[in-house]
Design a protein. Structure first.
Length: 95
């Protein structure tokens, strides 16, 4: 099973919501070539809240507004036929 980390400084104040974005980094074993990258990238398309995604062989980095939960990302990638091994979430303040 993979691991999941959440941000230490997560604010629950809705007024603060526009000041933050999330970066989620995924480790995705079993990807072997460009076709795999395309399949994972395409599978992420319907996930709400994604601003951009950078998918490479064995990994993905997703910038989102917080609605793209680890569970939603895992489920989308499962549709492409892959299992996420690790999820690392980082909350960052927008400048």
């Amino acid at each position: 099973m993979g691991s999941s980390r959440t941000p230490r400084d997560a604010s629950t104040d809705p007024a603060d919501a526009n000041l933050w974005s999330m970066i989620t980094r995924l480790t995705i074993p079993g990807m072997r070539g460009p076709h795999c990258v395309t399949a994972v990238f395409t599978a992420l398309t319907p996930v709400e809240g994604i601003a951009w995604a950078d998918v490479t062989i064995g990994a993905a980095e997703i910038d989102h507004d917080g609605r793209a939960t680890a569970e939603a990302l895992r489920a989308a990638i499962a549709v492409a036929g892959y299992e996420v091994a690790e999820v690392i979430e980082e909350r960052r303040r927008l400048v």
